[in-house]
Write a new protein. Structure first.
Length: 148
């Protein structure tokens, strides 16, 4: 345990703390001393005990206000985290839906290409048959003209 000598309200005190915590204890006591002296200047000398009590109440009020703000920020952070998770879920759902739509479009496109190919073959076959019939007709007409 370490010992720290401090001065509070013009009196010397020797306080103990964990090793390595000396600076932190001194900082805390400087803050308490400032609060105490500010109250003493503002309220006058009401007596050391009453000023110590008011100082303690003020410090506790600051503590609870800070704690309340921290709790509020934690709640806000939790809400934001929940909204982020919800948004993330919506994004993944949207992505999955779009991937399904893209796959459906690819399938439709492939079916359309297949139909075009089948129809092109049928068209070429129809053209070939028509050309053959026209050729046969022309040949037959020539033969009929020659035989007359």
């Amino acid at each position: 345990m370490a010992n720290v000598s401090i001065k509070f309200n013009n009196k010397e005190f020797l306080l103990s703390c964990e090793d390595g915590q000396e600076e932190h204890l001194e900082e805390l006591l400087i803050h308490i001393n400032q609060k105490f002296n500010n109250l003493k200047n503002d309220l006058g000398n009401l007596g050391e005990n009453k000023l110590l009590l008011i100082t303690a109440v003020k410090i506790m009020d600051e503590y609870y206000e800070t704690k309340k703000n921290v709790d509020q920020k934690k709640n806000e952070l939790r809400d934001l985290s929940n909204k982020f998770k919800e948004l993330k879920s919506l994004i993944y759902d949207y992505r999955d839906k779009k991937e399904e739509e893209i796959q459906e479009l690819k399938n439709s496109h492939q079916k359309f290409n297949d139909e075009i190919e089948v129809n092109q073959k049928k068209y070429e076959q129809l053209i070939d048959e028509a050309a053959n019939e026209i050729s046969s007709f022309v040949e037959k007409a020539k033969q009929d003209n020659q035989s007359q």
